[in-house]
Design a protein around this ligand. Structure first.
Ligand code: 5GP
Ligand code: ZN
Length: 134
């Protein structure tokens, strides 16, 4: 995708703080980190979201996520790490080239949180059935 910003970043056409690169991925420091050391794993092959990303790219991305999580933990001394990946605007995606966030976390930092919903046993049962049947 010639007009995709992350394609240009992944290819190295736009300078970034690259912390890792191989044939398939570039890993950069997020320009607006949730905490210092927040990295983005960006595949060099364009796909807009997880639904349209090849399984082999996803498999490699997860192995790389582990490698980067270990590096981020060592480099920052953080207490934990979130692996986050947003799909579509409603889920918070702002750049429509598949990527994964590696976010260092500290006890009580409150940088990521969500409100939980109450579900009845009947609602759980209906949802379980719906998902299991697809
Ligand atoms: P999304 O919201 O799509 O999951 O994540 C996009 C991420 O890309 C955001 O965390 C945002 O800060 C980061 N980002 C957007 N533009 C740039 C940029 O030009 N350079 C870097 N390093 N990160 C960027
Ligand atoms: Zn792209």
């Amino acid at each position: 995708m010639s007009d995709c910003f992350f394609c240009k970043i992944a290819k190295g056409d736009i300078p970034t703080n690259t912390v890792y690169e191989d044939d398939n991925f570039r890993v950069i420091l997020d320009i607006a980190p949730a905490n210092p050391g927040h990295c983005l794993i960006i595949p060099k092959k364009h796909s807009p979201n997880i639904y349209e990303t090849d399984d082999d790219v996803l498999a490699k991305a997860m192995v790389l996520a582990k490698k980067m999580a270990v590096k981020v933990k060592k480099a920052t001394g953080c207490d934990g790490v979130n692996i986050m990946q947003n799909n579509e605007e409603a889920a918070g995606q702002t750049v429509f080239h598949f990527h994964m966030h590696i976010i260092p976390r500290y006890k009580d930092d409150n940088v990521l949180s969500y409100n939980t919903k109450k579900q009845t046993d009947e609602e759980f049962a209906q949802m379980r059935q719906k998902l299991a049947d697809l």
